[in-house]
Write a protein that binds this ligand. Sequence first.
Ligand code: GLN
Length: 309
Amino acid sequence: MPALRTSGKLEEAHFAVLDCGGIKIKTYNDIYLDARRKLKAAGVEDFSLEARLMISAAAGKSKEEFLRDLKLYALGDLEERVNDMISRRCAGEPVAYVLGEWEFMSLPFKVDKGVLIPRPDTETLAELAIKLLQSRGGSGERVLDLCCGTGCIGISIAYNIADCRVVLVDNSMRALRAARANVLRNHVTKNTTCIEADAKSAPPMLLGKFDLIVCNPPYVKTSEIDTLDKSVKDFEPREALDGGKDGLDFYRAIIPKWKAILKENGCMMFECGEDQAEAICEMFKENGFENAAPYRDARGVRRVVAGII
Ligand code: GLN
């Protein structure tokens, strides 16, 4: 029988080791306290939260299961896997890539280095799209998520508006693989499909017509990419960020080309950078859209521009 020595108190539980013939087995709490300490020492701001997220992800446990099981002994190679995650994080990798999954609109999305990590800012676009579809009250509306990446915008729409039909489009096969995995992860296979196409070219004929096109294209000015946070510029895909010299290349290509597949009264809705809303409204007007207007995100930034044709 292995000798059990437990201190009984959680904060001291790193002394609680199961002695299996010289091999010390740690509890989840021991591993948590170690992880917290290492992340804190590396200057990670949310060290407690990230330590919890990493251990839960490595153990395949929910937040509640992790807290419930703190006092249990963690068997297998859990500690090793958590240490690998900590090394990656301490080398500057965004926590979302380290975890392999990130939340958007309260839904889980698988992420890897081939796709941009879903941002809270982008929830403004998803929420506005959902509101528009609800207000139109129709059934079977067709929605296109162009430059879909993880698919977070289109999948949130498909999840919240059960009777709409969503097509996710990207030109990157790696992004489409992630999007497909997220369609399965969020159980929206019934009303969501993935198709490869290039946003800067004319839409493929087979797509048909849409009531709504949502799009979060790359919109960072090329010259500004190197000024972005290290976790963004060194880890996230440049092709999902780089919008050309003034950041507007994608809007300039998409508006005239993709308006051809909007139905009458159809809407095109973009996420944009802080100082871009006005220029995109102008493009909408030049291309025959009415009611082109910007919408603000939670920080008051004009983050979304929508136009109806
Ligand atoms: N919002 C992202 C950032 O600040 C950029 C996203 C994009 O280019 N679509 O890094």
